[in-house]
Design a protein around this ligand. Structure first.
Ligand code: PLP
Length: 404
């Protein structure tokens, strides 16, 4: 290959991303190669999307088979794999039925519509939904309004109304914010905040909110777009708390890279939408459904939940060990997460580490300014996890020394 040099800004593509000067050409397992032939260990997985890594030997032939048969048919007709994938998601979640779309924000948009209609169906004309500080739910007008990050909202006002915002892991705040408010219809949050800095909801908080929702007839809506699909070692992160939500948006890892979203509904939310209430052209298309079906099948065959737990614990341990001094002196505030969703919070903004890691052959991201986020493919091995720590930790240490 003899690539053109990567331009700092692409003149015809809208300038919406701060990109690194890298263009990826192909991948294999947890490794990717750029157009110049440089290899990277992939600890980002396309932002928690490439569940099965790259060029998976079982996924690729299945998708090739599907593409040769039919890619898209539209929802005027039945798509048999919608039923197959929905049944599987219902079994794995203990919920009732599924609406398919193509992205995370669409899954969340559907959840917000479900919550509002749930309210209207019981006579609440102006339903309100509890959302959280530092939350991220997407970039449509409604989902950015639900998002708890003023930077994402700036310039797009007026925001959608009907949201009440509270801090995470604080039952008292939730109670105060909703006290004597008959318009509340739902509580909506990520089981582990992703973009907000890998902030897990505490198990007892999850259980208490479940109980509050039951007592008040609110929908418990858990955004598992990033933390779901096996990333934490269970199919869905909230399952660690032994609870079941009423509404659960999914996307990212569900199709191993093929765009797909889903909103899973429990009994309380399963019959809110009636024909004509919601829909989308691409949602549930044959290619996306095949990707979802095969992703879950391969995850089960290869024991990837167990792998996420085992390799995640191994990686956390390796990071804790290598950064022990920094954790002690406070320049690394915390290493947290579950399974293969790990955040390393530094005491200062460290976005520059994404470039430095890439220069050294490692793909990561920095989110919420100070948190190094690792969300690799769930096929990662302990050896590869050791490589992540081996490349990353010295770079963090040098960064901290130079910016002390
Ligand atoms: C990425 C993300 C979204 C938005 O998904 P898109 O596919 O980018 O629209 C929503 N919620 C969470 C928790 C996410 O991580």
């Amino acid at each position: 290959m003899n690539p053109e040099p990567i331009q700092a800004a692409s003149p015809h593509v809208m300038n919406t991303y701060g990109r690194l000067p890298i263009a990826l050409s192909h991948g294999q397992g947890c490794h990717v190669w750029d157009m110049n032939g440089k290899v990277y260990l992939d600890a980002l997985g396309g932002i928690a999307v490439n569940t099965l890594g790259h060029n998976h030997p079982k996924l690729v032939p299945a998708l090739q088979d599907q593409i040769a048969k039919i890619i898209h048919s539209c929802n005027y007709y039945h798509v048999p794999n919608q039923e197959t994938l929905a049944k599987k998601l219902v079994e794995l979640s203990g919920m009732r039925n599924v609406f398919f779309c193509s992205t995370g924000l669409e899954a969340n948009e559907a959840a917000l519509k479900l919550a509002r209609k749930f309210g209207h169906d019981k006579g609440i004309a102006r339903p309100e939904i509890v959302v959280y500080e530092k939350a991220f739910h997407g970039r449509s007008i409604a989902t950015l309004s639900a998002t708890g990050n003023p930077k994402i909202q700036a310039g797009f006002e007026p925001l959608v109304e009907g949201f009440i915002r509270v801090p995470i892991n604080n039952v008292a705040s939730l109670k105060t914010a909703t006290q004597d408010n008959p318009n509340v219809v739902a509580v909506f949050f990520e089981a582990i905040q992703g973009e907000g800095g890998v902030n897990p909801m505490h198990m007892d908080y999850l259980r208490e909110v479940r109980q509050l929702c039951d007592e008040n007839d609110w929908l418990l809506m858990i955004d598992e777009v990033q933390c779901g699909m096996g990333r934490t070692g269970k199919w869905f992160a909230h399952q660690w708390a032994g609870i079941v939500p009423d509404v659960m948006p999914l996307a990212k890892g569900l199709g191993s890279g093929v765009p797909i979203g889903a909103v899973v509904a429990g009994p309380k939310a399963a019959n809110i939408f009636q024909p004509g209430n919601h829909g989308t052209t691409f949602g549930g298309n044959p290619l996306a459904m095949r990707a979802g079906v095969e992703t879950i099948r391969i995850m089960e065959e290869e024991g990837l939940l167990e792998n996420a737990t085992r390799v995640g614990a191994h990686l956390c341990q390796a990071l804790q060990t290598a950064l022990a001094a920094e954790l002690t002196n406070g320049s690394v505030k915390e290493i947290r997460g579950m399974g293969l969703m790990i955040g390393i919070e530094l005491a200062k903004p460290c976005s520059i580490l994404t470039q430095q890691c890439a220069d050294n052959g490692l793909l990561i991201s920095v989110t919420a300014d100070t948190v190094v986020r690792l969300v690799p493919p769930l096929i990662m091995s302990c050896t590869e996890a050791d490589d992540v720590a081996r490349i990353l930790c010295p770079l963090i240490r040098t960064f901290l020394e130079e910016n002390a």
